[in-house]
Unconditional design. Sequence first.
Length: 114
Amino acid sequence: MDIFAIVRIRGVRSMKPRTKKTLELLMLLRPNHCVVCRATPQLMGMLNVAKDYIAYGPIKEEALLALVLKRGEKGGKCIRELMKDAEIKAAVKAVFEGKKVSEFIDPVFRLHPP
């Protein structure tokens, strides 16, 4: 099963209620927020509903590690202050083995606009 990175790229202006609810369920409340999810048929349906407001695709383990090291937070604090690099690498590996991202870090990554 693939792991998908999903980034919200647009705001809420003239958004249909179904799309808005889908983005809320994906925890994408603001533009430039990113979440990491396991690919399931239900998720693919949600991505299809919100396709005009998001960008998504499979993410590799190295890219997820870089994302967690740079933007990962737990309880509002930087993940590097709370965990050592070896623990972070083990957590990323566990995510690819089937664990949930939210067990280790906050599920939403706050990105900067391009």
